[in-house]
Design a protein around this ligand. Structure first.
Ligand code: SAJ
Length: 406
């Protein structure tokens, strides 16, 4: 039986995938409301294919509990935030999970940490916790770091098809964990050491953040010379060794906008490029605000309540608003006393900001300038309803004339 600790964006799909594959699973979380929802057969977030997977897992007897379960294999998928001041990882949730497991686990148990951690975290924070309890890693408990790589919006497919990294102290344990993930993972499963696995995961997300920053800086350059940045990227990417990403209104989510800070926090003297890329990406909401002001001035619209922001989530077709560029833009607008802008997002079912509409048509009827911040399929399916608006399209989904871009 596997006890999956943490039933959030990663722990839940992982628990469901094991259960669907016939493994006995108990999903555990400290959030009683979340566990009750799951026990009642209700999902706590939207994700393509998640409901079907949930039904299959329930049919195979998956259980949910607020209590950790005594077993020999634990998967830890709890939050790993960073501290705002030092940008260093805040290990409290992982340490708490490890200690609760050490209270009950059997000798020889395997502790698999899936949460993304900064390089060196397991040596610095986890091993000492185990030693403090008189346990010997490699004998009493086995430590594994198996970071996930699944992308919100396509999680289920990627859980099955992405390659996986398994960081271990002991190759025999590596083979055992590789067999475990092989019950559903069709991708290559690479066994390496724990510190390499920690660094690889953070490097993958940092690579993406740096490349998004390059695209965002390109957008600014092209705007200055009135060039079409999307056409330039499209043609440049025809080169066999060029793969420029897409500019956007900022980088949100709990991964790409967070993981680079682990490297900046741990290697402050060696991460100029990574830090600069973070600054470029974090500058985009202010850049969008300037574009909005320019457009208002050009159309002699002075009332900011005539402006509507479409999209509150951090990216398309997910309901996650963590680190969302729109929330960052709203903060900038408040700083500039630009109150009253209207907001709508079809994926956000409760009001989280002022002037947030819950009905698309009501939202559209109240505004003259529409700022597309998120490329949900919903807006693509409703393009005809917005054609009479002044549009700032930060996601390049309106492919007709007369639309403002970044
Ligand atoms: N974005 C752009 N331009 C792009 C691509 C993305 O502006 O060309 C923006 C998105 O709008 C979003 C942010 O970047 O605001 C991040 O979105 P994302 O889709 O790039 O990544 P995440 O955060 O949803 O998931 C990432 C993935 N990592 C990589 O692609 C290297 C995923 O595989 C990881 O599992 C996940 O982080 C994680 O949990 O670490």
């Amino acid at each position: 039986m596997i006890n999956v600790i943490g039933q959030g964006y990663i722990g839940l799909p992982t628990a469901l995938m094991f259960a669907k594959s016939g493994v006995k699973v108990v999903g555990t979380d400290i959030n009683e409301e979340l566990i009750t929802s799951l026990q009642n057969g209700e999902l706590t977030f939207e994700e393509k294919g998640l409901n079907e997977l949930f039904q299959e897992a329930l049919a195979n007897g998956i259980e949910f509990s607020t209590e950790y379960q005594k077993t020999d294999t634990y998967i830890i998928a709890v939050p790993t935030p960073y501290m705002n001041d030092t940008k260093k990882l805040d290990p409290r949730y992982i340490i708490s999970a490890i200690n609760t497991i050490l209270d009950i686990c059997e000798k020889g148990s395997i502790l698999i940490i899936e949460s993304t951690v900064s390089p060196g975290t397991i040596d610095k924070y986890i091993r000492p916790e185990i030693s403090k309890r008189g346990f010997v890693t490699g004998r009493d408990v086995h430590l594994v770091h198996a970071p996930e790589r699944i992308i919100p919006g396509n999680m289920i497919y990627e859980l099955e098809h992405n390659s996986r990294t398994i960081g271990v102290d002991d190759l025999e344990i590596g083979e055992k964990v590789k067999d475990l993930y092989s019950v559903f993972c069709k991708g290559e499963i690479i066994i390496t050491d724990i510190r390499t696995a920690e660094m690889t995961k953070v490097v993958e997300n940092t690579y993406r953040d740096v490349n998004i920053a390059f695209a965002n800086e390109l957008a600014k350059i092209c705007r200055a010379d009135n060039l079409d940045v999307y056409e330039i990227i499209r043609i440049a990417n025809k080169h066999p060794r060029v793969n420029i990403l897409q500019p956007g209104p900022g980088v949100g989510g709990h991964c790409i906008s967070v993981d680079p800070w682990f490297l900046v926090g741990d290697y402050p003297d060696l991460t100029n490029l990574i830090l600069t890329a973070r600054k470029v990406n974090d500058s985009m909401p202010s850049y969008v605000l300037k574009r909005i002001r320019d457009i208002m001035r050009e159309h002699k619209i002075h009332d900011v309540s005539k402006v509507g922001l479409y999209g509150l989530t951090y990216k398309e077709n997910v309901d996650d608003t963590r680190e969302s560029p729109t929330l960052q833009l709203l903060k900038r607008m408040d700083e500039h006393l630009a109150y009253g802008v209207k907001v709508f997002d079809p994926f956000v079912k409760e009001r989280i900001v002022d002037h947030q509409f819950m009905n698309f048509e009501d939202f559209i009827n109240e505004i003259e300038i529409l700022v597309i911040m998120v490329a949900h399929d919903h807006i693509k399916d409703n393009i005809d309803l917005i054609k009479d608006k002044i549009i700032l399209d930060t996601r390049n989904i309106c492919l007709y004339e007369g639309v403002y871009k970044l």
